[in-house]
Write a protein that binds this ligand. Structure first.
Ligand code: FE
Ligand code: ZN
Length: 506
């Protein structure tokens, strides 16, 4: 007898009930994780109905079993449910991960080389576009050219938005110049431009020596057809579990774990839509904020259920134990996890996450990282800078984080604004430039599920597993926890599944 069933049995006995052998056999045949919870439901129903009988019968158990979990049909019994996913071989490649070996000193020289690296990488991207293949250095382009149209690329050092004009100061290795924009189109693009990002400007110098923009452009991503998998295979995109927080939604998260194991509610028989997904579910990406951490913000301990970070991770391990071994779990850290806060962040350290490193099916990576799953390239980034994007761009809101992520794709940089809320490491190479165009861009951090498509790239902000916190209340953020986006890698279509509600019709 499994310990689960034994515990359920003693619970029933303790409450003065007996279990018929048929009912016991049924319990033992179930592929459900929490038999104790099930028996709790039986007892609650019996007590509520005021029924005199203190014997638990087979039909009492049947009544509370979620559909799809009744005694397995012979077709499923031989392990057929898992067959598809077992046939699907894992096809995962890590394309990039932050490199953190080189230690650099804080100081002006490091900052200069960081910006130089940013400029060089972004200029290379810009030059791939035909119209910008021959950009001039600022020093020569800003000299009077007798009315010629000049093109240059530079980092935005300052931006002044006036009523009828915009003034940008842009900078490259050779010098800096002021550019003015007077028409609606240039003013609109300029309003979306971040400080410290690369812009591409086409301009003419007037007789009075003013550089007037004809157009302002982002480096942007090209319009294209994304890579897709050859077979139907699914990836769950999730983030912000916040284990340890009082607001962690453990019930819905456990329901999710049951579901991915093919044992959950709503998996009506082998041919239901859900079962078709679960049979081909091969990957789960967890995009940061695995634990709530400790000391992340003042007086956080009041909102913690568990204030020992090692115990928070022990609990994560217990939960991830519920993920079947044929599913590969990819984990990157976020700002609540115990790694350095400055971007890029390294992998979760062994000293805290030892239990996770022991799982054969868990891969820990830094933030940001890029992986390829069945040929589909996924950029995984916790999303710290989305706050800065929303705070600095008119029209951006926390209710549409995918739109802020689109702005990052256009700027080809994960955290363009330097010196805002998002801490950026003092390193001589800028590792936050979006050098390769992703097929899927996955972030979290905002706790609001949102998705968008932009020029062929699927953008997903994957919500959370934490209820509304005081901080979010103050910030005016309305989280959408417990709803999970699942992507079919062969079509890049999203299915969302809400685990906050029981799937059993009342
Ligand atoms: Fe979070
Ligand atoms: Zn976060």
């Amino acid at each position: 007898m499994s310990s689960d069933v034994a515990a359920a049995l003693s619970e029933a006995l303790a409450r003065g009930y007996q279990i018929e052998p048929e009912a016991l056999r049924l319990l033992q045949s179930l592929k459900v994780l929490n038999v104790l919870e099930l028996i709790g439901k039986v007892l609650a129903e019996k007590e509520a109905s005021g029924e005199k009988s203190d014997i638990i019968k087979e039909e009492d158990v049947k009544r509370v079993i979620p559909p799809g979990l009744e005694s397995p049909s012979p077709e499923e019994e031989g392990g057929k449910v898992d067959l598809v996913v077992e046939e699907l071989k894992e096809e995962m490649k890590v394309i990039s991960e932050p490199e953190l070996a080189k230690r650099t000193k804080e100081g002006v020289a490091t900052l200069q080389s960081l910006f130089r690296s940013r400029y060089d990488k972004l200029l290379k991207i810009a030059k791939e576009r035909q119209e910008y293949s021959a950009l001039e250095p600022i020093a020569s382009a800003s000299r009077d050219g007798g009315g010629l149209v000049r093109r240059l690329g530079g980092l935005v050092m300052s931006k002044k938005m006036g009523k009828n004009r915009v003034e940008l100061t842009i900078d490259d290795h050779s010098g800096s110049t002021k550019v003015f924009g007077f028409d609606d189109a240039t003013r609109r693009v300029a309003s979306e431009v971040f400080l410290d990002q690369l812009v591409l400007v086409e301009f003419q110098i007037t007789r009075r020596g003013l550089a007037v923009a004809k157009s302002i452009n982002h480096p942007d991503i090209p319009e294209r057809t994304p890579n897709t998998a050859k077979k139907d295979v699914y990836v769950v995109l999730t983030s912000d579990i916040h284990v340890g927080s009082r607001a962690f939604l453990e019930g819905p998260f456990r329901r999710f774990l049951l579901w991915v194991s093919g044992k959950g509610e709503g998996l009506d028989g082998a041919h239901s839509m859900d079962m078709e997904i679960v049979r081909r579910l091969k990957y789960i990406i967890i995009c940061g904020d695995i634990v709530d951490g400790i000391g992340v913000y003042p007086e956080q301990e009041r909102e913690l259920e568990e204030n020992d970070i090692h115990k928070q991770f022990a609990k994560v391990a217990t939960l991830l134990e519920g993920v079947p071994k044929h599913i590969r779990v990819i984990v990157v850290p976020g700002n609540h996890d115990p790694v350095r806060q400055a971007l890029p962040q390294p992998r979760l350290p062994v000293s805290y996450a030892e239990s996770l490193y022991k799982f054969e099916n868990v891969t820990l990576l830094g933030n940001p990282s890029e992986v390829s799953l069945h040929g589909v390239n996924i950029l995984i980034y916790h999303g710290q800078s989305i706050f800065d994007v929303v705070a600095n761009t008119p029209g951006q809101t926390f209710s549409k984080p995918a739109s802020a992520m689109k702005a990052l794709l256009r700027a080809r940089h994960l955290a363009p604004i330097y010196g805002a809320r998002t801490p950026i490491a003092f390193e001589s190479e800028d590792q936050l430039v979006i050098e390769r165009v992703p097929d899927i861009f996955h972030s979290g951090h905002i706790h609001v599920l949102d998705a968008d498509k932009y020029r062929g790239t699927l953008i997903v902000n994957s919500g959370a597993w934490q209820g509304k916190t005081k901080y979010q209340e103050i910030m005016g953020i309305n989280p959408t926890p417990g709803i999970v986006p699942i992507v079919n890698l062969s079509t890049l279509e999203i299915i969302t599944k809400d685990f906050t509600k029981s799937f059993i019709a009342a």
